[in-house]
Design a binder for this molecule. Structure first.
Ligand code: ADP
Ligand code: MG
Length: 559
């Protein structure tokens, strides 16, 4: 891996543009991929987490080998969303600031197609496209990819998640044989491997950082509240962080809109981003968010995928995603390019298992935080306000008004004046929080739960193991497992309240499907799970050292 831009073999024009963007050294993915693309031939599959600088990793070399004297389309970049199309084109425009005459055209659905046809007609060295729209433009003979030398699939996993398989097949089938293909993806699900197998020539697989691992700069927290308090908890988090600049992820478009509306009604600078909005609405929302006129962007996963907004203070999981992988993508929006990030999940009492499953995948632990109370929030807000007042720059214009001001405030003590000013700003807050209850799940209920779990284990100790299938009361050795399977032993058990469903999820998170999982035997301190021979070693390597329920896992095979 090369760790200095000067040693990568890039031209001065590009180096100057990169320096102006403030990039000091190549990120690991850039240091690995750029030299390969510049001096070697051959296809590449590159797996890297979000926020690792993949755009420049493919964008800079692509610009280097572009022939500006040839007006035909030479580079095709496919990506899943319109926002990402625009972002990639913008990035490429920035990188090519000192290269004259390069035409980059981005085409995506939801926007007027005739405008895009005109753009293409004027010439496009590089097309950045979403698959559906490109195919449409190819059918209308407005886009011609018959001469492309380089094909780049960005966020390939997400393109497939979004159901672009057929479009990709159709496009790839028409791309010329003589080309170089690059595929970038955060994860490598089966479908992506299949694309690589069918359309790429012996690709070299480059993995930068650990597969599926969460970004290292991100800290993970959760707040546990009753289901009905989810929205109030979100408001408290926002109030407790007066400088909040966050993406709030919701499950559905409906929920996204509902939460954004509620936040607006409650006086927050928030808006929604989801697929039901028109292109113009989405642009407007993004534009406001990027210039910080909005402090909270309430979004669906699809709409927010790949969006690069630097300086996010928080990523908030208003609801945890159905698929654990999505959590990685969400939290990857914060902590970009060496900055610290905070990812928060609001969960109800029943969702703690989900947190554990995510911990097992991202190999990092969550910290539970108490939902801030009225007093703490008011204090934070006051400090924020006073700091704001202290730091304000006092303009000369105010002096001419001083006589009036002095007259109106004549005879009021400094202390009274301070109280009045702060109350003026703050009474609304105080009113709201005076009635505010404690959203934390009260100790009493927790105790009750603990009591009932003690009862459960007493039942178990007395040999009653009918409640959970596969549960064994006393520690011991497992029986025989199915033929072709081996026992994998894990250092957690009934004591940790693991149930078979958790084990299936853990396996799934490591990329092992239900079909490869056989019998499960859970003892008090540890458990055995039968795995197909073919996946057993892989499972062991994935699980050893991972974290689940705050404990380091140790896995061994009983062969
Ligand atoms: P990815 O596609 O891997 O998610 P991006 O290409 O969107 O990541 O880059 C993430 C952020 O990092 C962007 O804001 C980008 O400008 C910034 N960035 C990229 N390369 C560097 C670098 N070498 N030094 C500093 N910042 C960088
Ligand atoms: Mg990207």
């Amino acid at each position: 891996m090369v760790s200095d831009f000067l040693e990568l073999g890039l031209s001065t024009e590009i180096l100057n543009a990169v320096a102006e963007l403030g990039f000091e050294k190549p990120t690991p993915v850039q240091g690995t991929v750029i030299p390969k693309l510049l001096v070697e031939d051959g296809d590449i599959v590159c797996l890297a987490q979000t926020g690792t600088g993949k755009t420049a990793a493919f964008g800079l070399p692509a610009l280097e080998y572009l022939d500006r004297t040839n007006p035909r389309t030479q580079i095709l970049i496919l990506c899943p969303t319109r926002e990402l199309c625009r972002q990639i084109s913008q990035d490429l425009t920035n990188y090519s600031k000192y290269l004259d005459g390069i035409r980059i055209v981005s085409v995506y659905g939801g926007a007027n197609i005739t405008g895009q046809m005109k753009d293409l007609k004027r010439g496009a060295h590089i097309i950045v496209a979403t698959p559906g729209r490109l195919l449409d433009l190819m059918k209308r003979e407005a886009a011609d990819i018959s001469d492309i030398r380089t094909l780049i699939l960005d966020e390939a996993d997400e393109m497939l998640n979004m159901g672009f398989k057929d479009e990709l097949d159709a496009i790839l089938a028409q791309a010329p044989e003589q080309r170089r293909s690059l595929l970038f993806s955060a994860t490598l699900p089966k479908e992506v491997e299949e694309i690589a197998r069918s359309y790429m020539k012996n690709p070299e697989v480059v993995t930068v950082g650990q597969r599926n691992a969460g970004s290292d700069n991100v800290e993970h927290y959760y707040y546990m509240v009753k289901e009905e308090d989810r929205y109030s908890a979100l408001k408290r988090i926002a109030d407790f962080n007066p400088d909040i600049y966050a993406i709030v992820f919701c499950k559905t478009r409906e929920e996204t809109q509902k939460i954004a509306d509620a936040l607006q009604k409650d006086g927050y600078d928030a808006d929604a981003l989801h697929g039901d909005l028109s292109q113009a609405q989405r642009d407007h929302v993004m534009e406001r968010f990027k210039r910080h006129a909005l402090h909270m962007l309430v979004a669906t996963d699809v709409a927010a995928r790949g969006i690069d907004v630097s300086d996010l203070t928080h990523v908030i999981n208003y609801n945890l995603p159905q698929e654990i992988e999505l959590y990685t993508h969400r939290s990857g929006r914060t902590g970009r390019a060496d900055k610290k990030g905070v990812s928060i999940a609001i969960i109800n009492q029943r969702e703690r298992g989900k947190i554990r499953r995510i911990e097992a995948v991202i190999k990092k632990q969550f910290t539970r935080l108490p939902v801030p109370g009225a007093r703490e929030i008011c204090e934070r807000q006051l400090v924020h306000l006073i700091n704001g007042i202290n730091n304000v720059d006092v303009r000369d214009d105010i002096y001419s008004f001083m006589p009036v001001i002095n007259e109106l405030w004549d005879g009021i003590s400094r202390e009274d004046l301070v109280k009045k000013i702060l109350s003026y700003e703050f009474n609304r807050f105080f009113d709201y929080y005076r009635k505010a209850k404690d959203l934390n799940i009260p100790e009493k209920e927790k105790k009750d739960r603990r009591k009932s779990s003690v009862r459960d284990s007493e039942d178990a100790a007395s040999g009653d193991n009918t409640a959970v299938k596969g549960r064994k009361a006393n520690d011991g050795n497992p029986g025989d497992c199915e033929k072709g399977y081996v026992w994998l032993r894990l250092n957690m058990g009934y004591k940790n309240r693991v149930i078979p469903r958790d084990i299936i999820s853990i396996m799934k998170a490591c990329g092992i499907g239900k079909k490869a999982v056989g019998k499960i035997e859970i003892f008090n301190e540890f458990l055995y799970v039968a795995l197909k021979e073919s996946v057993a070693d892989y499972a062991k390597s994935q699980l050893n050292g991972a974290t689940y329920d705050r404990r380091r896992l140790s896995a061994s095979l009983l062969r």
